[in-house]
Design a protein around this ligand. Structure first.
Ligand code: G3H
Ligand code: ZN
Length: 284
């Protein structure tokens, strides 16, 4: 069923595992992720960036597509449709009004007072519609669609505490060295700060930039209160590699299903691996 992230993340925090957010781009992406979650009996979060929503036609198209798949695929595990890196109150409201069950308001590039103010407004609206909210403090490095960071800024634990206490968000992402896209070398996550933030806030923490983080770091993050891990680039790489292989090996192929299905299978395999690594298998 379609649900918000609230209950699934609180359960994850308590049970010491993390729920994966996997970003979607189209129908096949969504099929792959829902199929993996159902097979592994895991809750799952479908991440939709504003750019991806535009690509698919709009928020309404995304919601109707997911609802259709939930029925046709007979999905029984909890599924959230989550706006990833929402850029404004208006965008968050638009997504919720179209049927998104969760939003991220990313006002992290504004001064903390403004971040808190905007986040608070989104929480008020979202909670009145039973939708959950994620916020961000600090700066995740790299680039994802329209979200481009100049560098990495570590979240200040005191600012995290202020934001959580003053806004009532359901979960939040303290940027602690993670990067969107591939890492240059080994990631250098601020685990000391993560522990501090966990103690000060006591709500589920979110780790962005899940692609390329080694398992030992994933496990440490989970042990320090991380209950949601976002993965996007790794699925893009797997899909494109599989499609390219078919096209390179067969110059006559033209039925799109002949090359898209291997791409879809590759995503499903990645997602199953992540679900097991994050410990959410069997938790639905
Ligand atoms: O918001 C989405 C994620 O943070 C994705 O990061 O593309 O590095 O896996 P990634
Ligand atoms: Zn992100």
């Amino acid at each position: 069923p379609l649900v918000s992230m609230k209950e699934m993340l609180n359960k994850a925090l308590e049970g010491k595992y993390a729920v994966g957010q996997f970003n979607i781009n189209n129908l096949e992406w969504t099929q792959a992720i829902l199929g993996a979650a159902e097979q592994e009996k895991s809750p799952v979060i479908l991440g939709v960036s504003e750019g991806a929503a535009r690509h698919m036609g709009g928020f309404k198209t995304v919601v109707m597509m997911v609802q259709g798949l939930l029925e046709d695929m007979k999905i029984t595990v909890p599924v959230a449709i989550h706006l990833d890196h929402g850029s404004s109150f208006d965008k968050c409201k638009e997504a919720i009004d179209a049927g998104f069950t969760s939003v991220m308001i990313d006002a992290s590039h504004h001064p903390i007072e403004e971040n808190i103010e905007t986040t608070k407004k989104v929480v008020e609206y979202a909670h009145s519609k039973n939708a959950s909210v994620e916020a961000e403090v600090g700066t995740v490095g790299g680039q994802e669609d329209d979200v481009i960071a100049e560098g990495v800024i570590y979240a200040d634990p005191k600012e995290c505490e202020d934001l959580v206490k003053q806004t009532g968000v359901d979960c939040f992402a303290p940027a602690l060295g993670s990067v969107h896209g591939e890492y240059k070398g080994e990631p250098n996550l601020g685990f000391k700060e993560m522990g501090e933030v966990r103690d000060l806030t006591q709500i589920p923490l979110v780790l962005h930039g899940g692609t390329g983080i080694p398992t030992k770091d994933i496990q440490q993050a989970i042990s320090l209160g991380t209950s949601k891990i976002n993965v996007n680039t790794e699925n893009q790489i797997a899909f494109t590699k599989a499609v390219r292989e078919v096209l390179n090996n067969d110059s006559k192929v033209y039925d799109p299903r002949k090359y898209i299905v291997p791409g879809r299978d590759a995503i499903k395999e990645v997602v199953i691996g992540k679900i097991r690594e994050f410990g959410s298998a069997g938790q639905a």
